[in-house]
Design a binder for this molecule. Sequence first.
Ligand code: MGP
Ligand code: SAH
Length: 287
Amino acid sequence: MPKRRQRQSLDAEDAETLAKRTRHNNPIKTTAATSAGRKNSNAKYFTTTQGQKLPIELKKYWNNRYSFFSRFDEGIQIDEEGWYSVTPEVIAEDTAQRISQLFNRNTEFKTKKGEELYGRFCVIDAFCGVGGNAIKFAEWCEHVIAIDIDPVRLAMARHNAEVYGVSDRIEFILGDFYELAPSLVADVVFMSPPWGGPEYLGSEVYDLKHMPFHSGQEWVDRARMVSSNIAYFMPRNCDPRQLADLFPGVPCDIEMNYTGNFFKAITAYYSDLAMFGSCEPRILKEL
Ligand code: MGP
Ligand code: SAH
């Protein structure tokens, strides 16, 4: 049977405190916060085909909107940080499929709902953002715990999951994964933490010691409190050796994530997750 997480909810006061902390600490603010507080009156905007006004820096992400959500036109919601950091759908799909292989190898762990099969395991998406990964996990497994510290993005993730028809398999939690980790129970932890905005490519090698808020090591140490089956979505300019060293004594598989010919990111799989699924670099086609 899949292990379940102990229920822990936040009251309204906690939520507001977290929201303030996020706005204060986050290097990339949400659309609402930046629009209100933008000092640069020369900031340039463009108007989307849906009539939204977005900062010009987001144009390349907007142009690629269907690569993030193939059902974008059905009402998908994304804020500024969401645009910068959402996982391309084809990569999120591949990660979910790969993780499910670990649990679906034994047919006992399958459950049948209509024509679809969901693995009976529980994945934590520790940094769910607007739901790019959580939605794909919910298409492959029975129970997803989606956590985000930002109430606006968490609400968008829930809405986007409804668009994809999978919200009933996702438990949304507003909170700080660092603080919640000791009380969580799940089979797999997926982490796609903030990398510090698009500037993460500013240095040749992305140093895991200098990530925003907590180091790459600290996030892995927290995830290990829940499960040794960890998938870690990280910048493409990471040093694979440094990633592998974060969890000594277990196998680590470094997967290069492409969309078409474009190298987007790296996913490090640890422990049992490193032993199942393809280790070959794959070129993924758009969904
Ligand atoms: P990118 O480098 O900003 O985009 O991010 P792109 O299109 O490769 O830009 P280019 O002009 O340099 O080619 C690549 C991918 O990394 C994005 O699609 C996101 O999935 C992911 N990503 C980017 N950032 C800044 C973050 C982040 O802070 N956190 C997480 N989890 N993912 C991010
Ligand atoms: N994979 C997501 C994108 C994640 S971006 C997607 O595909 O949509 C990183 C997210 O981590 C942001 O939404 C940010 O609000 C959230 N975050 C930052 N610090 C956090 C923390 N301590 N605990 C949980 N979430 C956090």
